[in-house]
Design a protein around this ligand. Sequence first.
Ligand code: F3S
Length: 390
Amino acid sequence: MDLTVDEREMLSGRDGRAVKKSMEILTALGEIYGAKRLVDVASVQIAGVSYDNLGDAGLEFLDEMARDGKVKVFTTLNPAGMDLLDWKALGIDEGFARKQKMVIEAFAKMGVVTTCTCTPYFVGNEPRPGQHVSWSESSAVCYANSILGARTNREGGPSALAAALTGKTPEYGYHLDEARQPAITVQVEARLEDIVDFGALGSVIGKKIGNAVAYIVGIERATLDQLKSFCASIATYGGTALFHMRGITPEPVSAPETRVSVSTEEIERAKAEMDGSGRVDFVAIGCPHCSLGELEEIARLLRGRKVKRETWIAVARPVKEQAERVGVLGPIEHAGAKCAADTCFVVAPLRGRFKCMATNSAKAVFYARSKNQFETVYAPLEKLIDIATS
Ligand code: F3S
């Protein structure tokens, strides 16, 4: 790779061990993927924050990097394994909480903004079109590339941290124009009503075309909440980091001749496959983390009701604080639902605690089954609130 003088000096250890290690990670990645150079990044989002996923080996790596590493660009975190303030209310044990706090402290020592969310674009980490960033949460990567028009590969936790400590990332993959061109046109013939439909669509397309860049046509309109759900789903089921949607996403591209279509029957089949018949003991909303608009809708549906099953609503802490200021949090908490900030029901240590999880997220269905062996019920928000309160 063609490194600048400054980059060479970072690699040789001028700025300390963490920066040297980071440059080693980035140049090794660049060599593997044929990058010609490093580019500056505007922001970083780091996944691999939950102690449930990191374990002691991950914590040791972070402590090592935190000895002399300091971030050079605005950097936020993916959800942690617990609400950093109200972890007891979520049933997290002390031993786990102690380790999780050590993880967060290591990031804080490096200057990372320790807001833990998979929706960094709701909390100020919102790159502009064309900007290079280094993000690692798969749904956020897909959102950054597709909806915001920024440029990032699907980074791992260590390579994103390396980008944060150097302000650089190797220029390959989705940083380059050629990799951002669509390879296949996906004609959506189904009418999509709500988030559950968009989640199902993501699973159908993801399974059909894998991680090929799709040019999706046939969707007339979509809300940002529907798109964030779609991003999470297509990234989970297909490994997708970028798609284009005619009339909706910002990059001008033309339709490839290779075509596939998605029918209403396929969407219905996907929904039925995710929607089991177990007895729900856990209602999980907010994958990806809820927007303020979604919290308003939940508050409206919960007003005057009480939840009778464990119900978590996952959210970024700044969004929870906003909700409190505008009077939306009160009705949710008054109903007995737990507004779980900083975390989510996939990265929290929940194995063995529940048997059947109801959710409106296709991504959450995937991980509830594969990681936690829960049965799942897949239903729109109104039905979830009916289940939670019955
Ligand atoms: Fe976010 Fe957790 Fe879902 S990180 S996308 S809420 S699995």
